[in-house]
Structure formats: C-alpha cells, structure tokens
Design a protein around this ligand. Structure first.
Ligand SMILES: [Zn+2]
Length: 51
C-alpha cells in the first residue's frame, strides 16, 4: 500500500490551491467567486509532492 503523500488541488475557475493528503480525497467544494451564482469550486489535481 502506498504511504499517503501531499497533493495540490487547484480550482480551474479561480485558481485557488489547496494542499491535502492523498488519502483524504477532494477538498470541500466550497463557494467559487469566479463562478456564476457562486457555485462550487472545480478541483483538479495540480501536482503531487514527493513528501
Ligand atoms: Zn474556485
């Protein structure tokens, strides 16, 4: 089994970034300021950090 590692998520709409552990899944959707009606962020995996 892989040890957990840090991953960086980025919202493709507003560019906000969040560092999370790989084993906790996606960040909370929250409210994205760049989206109409303040919809949820759209998180994509931006990069994986080695430790
Ligand atoms: Zn956003």
């Amino acid at each position: 089994m892989d040890k957990p590692y840090h991953v960086e998520w980025m919202c493709t709409y507003c560019g906000e970034k969040k560092l999370m552990m790989s084993n906790v899944g996606r960040p909370l959707l929250g409210n994205c300021n760049k989206k109409p009606n303040k919809g949820p962020h759209r998180w994509v995996l931006n990069r994986r950090l080695s430790r």
